[in-house]
Design a protein around this ligand. Structure first.
Ligand code: S3P
Length: 180
């Protein structure tokens, strides 16, 4: 039998799906600590994400991302909100680790809204293309099966406010941990 997941909430979803904002709300509401895989990668690499992509390439970034996730898993944390980068679900080993870490919630957002939110800044190298909306649609289609496979819960956030999303996650997490 596999061990039950640890008592953490793990947020997955595409760039611009609100993982950091909702993570902050959840941490505040539940009095949990919050960690963010992108922030840990930047700390470990000593440089920004665009710089890692530009100087070392995407696969080096993915290696760092997997290493950070393994370190988090080795810490056997409880009571944390773990926000993740949008591509963390690409590697099968990461998907297994995410589900072991806690209750995995996928924030689902439509591509137009993602485009609207992510066009405000240029800190996402994968969307620094001639056709960011087309790139969003392609990556979203490629990744959707992996998000679905990894998540315990998928929340369609398009018609909800951030506080409504947070409240829904809190309720369902209580139920999940009660059952786990
Ligand atoms: C990425 C998402 C980013 C960051 C990196 C790659 C992706 O994180 O990890 O730019 O592959 O979707 P956010 O989802 O927090 O923007």
């Amino acid at each position: 039998m596999t061990d039950p997941p640890l008592q953490n909430i793990v947020l997955i979803g595409f760039m611009g799906s609100g993982k950091s904002t909702i993570g902050r709300d959840l941490a505040h509401t539940l009095s949990y600590a919050q960690i963010d895989t992108d922030a840990l990668i930047v700390e470990r690499a000593g440089k920004s994400i665009p710089k890692i992509f530009a100087e070392d390439g995407e696969s080096a970034f993915r290696d760092l991302e997997s290493a950070v996730l393994r370190s988090i898993a080795e810490d056997h944390l409880q009571g944390h909100i773990i926000s993740t980068g949008g591509g963390i679900i690409n590697r099968p080993d990461n998907r297994t680790l995410l589900r072991r870490l806690g209750y995995v919630v996928w924030l689902v957002v439509n591509p137009e809204e993602i485009h609207r939110r992510t066009s405000r800044n240029r800190n996402r190298p994968l969307l620094d293309t001639d056709d960011p909306e087309g790139t969003i649609r392609r990556l979203l289609a490629e990744r959707t099966p992996a998000y679905r496979e990894t998540a315990h819960l998928a929340i369609e956030t398009d018609n909800l406010t951030f506080p409504e999303v947070t409240a829904g996650i809190v309720d369902s997490a209580r139920y999940f941990f009660g059952q786990a």
